[in-house]
Design a protein around this ligand. Sequence first.
Ligand SMILES: Nc1ncnc2c1ncn2[C@@H]1O[C@H](COP(=O)(O)OP(=O)(O)OP(=O)(O)O)[C@@H](O)[C@H]1O
Ligand SMILES: [Mg+2]
Length: 506
Amino acid sequence: MVNICKSFHGVHANKDINLQVNSGEILGLLGENGAGKTTLMNILYGLYQPDYGKILINGKPIKITNPVESINHGIGMVHQHFMLVQNHSVIENIALGYKDTPFFFPKIKIRERVKEFSRQFDFRMDLDQKVWQLSAGEQQRVEIIKALLNGADLLILDEPTSVLTPQEIQELIDILRRMKADGHSMIFISHKLDEIMDICDRVTVLQKGQIVGEADTADTDKKGLARMMVGRDVVFNIDKEKMDKGDQVLSVQDIHVTGDKGLPAVKGVSFNLYKNEIFGIAGVAGNGQRELAEAITGIRKIDTGRVMVKDQEITNMSPRKIYDYGVSHVPEERIRFGIAPGLFLYDNAILKQHHLKKFSKRYFLKYGQVKNHAKTIISDFRVSTHSINNQIRNLSGGNIQKLILGREISEQPELLVASHPTYGLDVGATEFLREHLLALRKQGSTVLLFSEDLEEIFELCDRVAVIFDGEFMGILDADDDRLCDIGMMMAGSKRIKDDTPANNQV
Ligand SMILES: Nc1ncnc2c1ncn2[C@@H]1O[C@H](COP(=O)(O)OP(=O)(O)OP(=O)(O)O)[C@@H](O)[C@H]1O
Ligand SMILES: [Mg+2]
């Protein structure tokens, strides 16, 4: 890509970018949220037209005006947010984007080709499942196989790992290695610097739409990459101040919850949370975390058991009532459930809060106050946008995440239920968010943190519960030596009985 420029509303998303990928190479593309990574890749994939600049393949200038042309030139893309049709099966989704669908027996022939690829790259995939039944990692594999099937020599992966579990990430990395050995080139976007160091040959760093650094991964380290991205040193380990926990805030008593597939997902979970504490729930995705978070916040029905906020029972109340009792929620699939994409940024800044007195009077919203509130979130949480009169769908992925976090946290909730709050955030924003959660704890809030990132759990939490197959394998203080067995607890092969009085149920 040579001298690529692209601006939106007069703001440069890409400026004078020169980017080169050699065959059989994995290039890492790094940069803060809003730096212009997705925009640049959308240009290469033909979704956007550059204002200026050209694209060359094997030295020959080419014009790409839509994705069909880029596919014909051997370029494939796995997008930042999944693009699959949820109600269709895997094979139907693959057939949908396939460029040479045969006229006779299309399903049988495509099925044969998919099987061939699965064998070659050691993919496991059930072709007849509906997409909504798949985990994030499985959906990711479908996206990759779609691109490979179309003959992608260059595969663009826009944050492919941000919603994957650690095991799924490892599987994906193994697949990418095999593809590289097979001669494919890749552009890999990620905020996780360990992964970049692990898999990329070279990196290019963007900042505010411009290239600010390039390096071979062999010549740099995580700290060096972070410095290039943010322009300063980033703290990878925050010091947590010791705090005594206060009064009881939440009590979850023997709750049972059913999952999407009609099977029990949470099976008799009990715990109490206290003021001034961060309580982590660790576990491999799909062990009941999502259902537990949704049950507490009123999105999913509780079959039996009770949830209390202080002396108030909130079992099966509406999400808004529960919010009014002081419980905020940062959901797992924020882009799908946390925003209204077509609305302006300021409307999105008060979703669920529009009925509060400070934002509305009778049937009318007080737009002055709403806009000021949005401006405060934007500046506190460093959301990068050219204006608050912008549809939220125009923001970069990470900046949408920041806005939702800001909305849920800015009101100083009594209890914050946060599912993977750092998904999609750049290193600087992650550092800021973690410090903010610790500040909330200090000011008297309670945080219930769902995370698969054990580093994050140990850095932030006072106590940790390990969940497996809908049950707690134990609740321990974060400095308890027995947590060295956390891997076995997460795999369900070890259960530790609670012995602290605080964990014993009433
Ligand atoms: N269609 C659009 N209309 C208006 N502005 C846009 C549009 N697409 C992107 N932008 C702006 O361009 C800038 C770069 O966005 P981009 O999505 O490329 O960032 P990114 O580096 O991928 O960030 P992230 O890490 O958060 O995904 C942002 O300021 C964004 O608001
Ligand atoms: Mg992006």
